[in-house]
Design a protein around this ligand. Structure first.
Ligand SMILES: O=C(CO)COP(=O)(O)O
Length: 243
């Protein structure tokens, strides 16, 4: 099964209006249209401006969405609002949302369902802590987290991001072999019969130096890139390593 790779940038809480020049700089750094899907998830404040100026091949996504569609939820942004701005994807259940905002698997499941209802492709994040890995429970923890956060869904309507918590922003990456083993475990745990079309991307200190080896693994269908997506040159080199 050939799954088209997806390289996504998660800017987290970084980026000001001046950074809307990023898509142009990225196009220049790439030189040619990418051979994989490329997604950028800037902060919600920049989505409208970027949506107006981005090239067609660059997809836009939110970093989170509310579980509800609209109403009295001060400060929240709904999946419908993201779709309205031209977003095609939204990250849900990132470990920073789980820890900063106390999001549970149940919350993440509702948000994932809201994204699907709005016609967005959720990028559902799962990952173990260092303690969980060192005590040999990583695969069990991740599979349990996935099944508890996943609403009924076809595999071609969702992306799973495996992001080991200990690898996020630490400069410490999972080895290609460990990441491959986890991605294979996620694929075997997929509850539907369509697991072969499920895209599973890796996140956690992915950079231009380690991307190629990670992306060459059979079950690694792309990357969710934090820090290295902030500079057009770095992000372009990761995109170029995805074939
Ligand atoms: O959390 C991440 C992407 O969602 C990964 O962040 P870093 O690439 O900065 O480690």
């Amino acid at each position: 099964m050939m799954r088209r790779k997806l390289v996504a940038g998660n800017w987290k809480m970084n980026g000001l209006v001046k950074d809307c020049a990023f898509p142009k700089a990225l196009s220049e750094a790439l030189n040619a249209e990418p051979r994989c899907d490329v997604l950028l998830c800037p902060p919600a404040t920049l989505l409208s401006a970027m949506s107006a100026t981005k090239p067609d091949w660059l997809k836009l996504g939110g970093q989170d969405c509310a579980a509800q569609t609209s109403g009295a939820h001060t400060g929240d942004v709904s999946a419908v609002m993201l779709a309205d701005l031209g977003c095609t994807h939204v990250i849900v259940g990132h470990s920073e949302r789980r820890s900063d905002h106390g999001e549970t698997n149940e919350t993440v499941k509702l948000k994932t369902a809201a994204a699907l209802d709005a016609g967005l492709i959720p990028i559902l994040c799962v990952g173990e802590t260092l303690d969980e890995r060192e005590s040999g429970q990583a695969e069990d923890v991740v599979v349990r987290q996935l099944l508890a956060s996943l609403p009924a869904c076809d595999a071609d309507r969702i992306v799973i991001a495996y992001e080991p918590v200990w690898a996020i922003g630490t400069g410490r990456t999972a080895t290609p072999e460990d990441a491959q083993a986890m991605h294979a475990a996620i694929r075997s745990a997929w509850p539907g019969r369509d697991a072969d079309v499920l895209r599973i991307v890796y996140g956690g200190s992915m950079n231009p130096a380690n991307a190629e080896a990670l992306l060459a693994q059979t079950d690694i269908d792309g990357g969710l890139v934090g820090g290295a997506s902030l500079k057009p040159q770095n992000f372009a080199r990761i995109i170029q390593s995805a074939r």
